[in-house]
Design a protein around this ligand. Sequence first.
Ligand SMILES: [Zn+2]
Length: 119
Amino acid sequence: MRTAAPRPPTARREGRKALDLDSPATARSTPERRCLACGRRAPKADLARFVAAPAGNGRALARDDGGRLPGRGLYVCRARACFERAVARRSFRRAARLEDGELAIDPALGAALDDDEQV
Ligand SMILES: [Zn+2]
């Protein structure tokens, strides 16, 4: 008859965010996100982050490279093509869990992404 080894305390999860869906094995590496348009997975820093920021009565897509704005991050490649594809498919609006027409998107946001690629 064997005595069971004492179990380690399972208190490690207390600091984790509820949104963290990564498995524990990969949690320490660079967090990856998926482009809403092409589905490419890339480190967060390689993608452009947007949030659905409050604007007037609704929401407007806002670029948030610093990752400082509150809200759910919406990521696409730093390429106008991916931005425009995400707009055309309403991927931003869906990812932000908004109803049709609730998210205003300034097309100029996409043009700024092309500038990034040339750096
Ligand atoms: Zn993409």
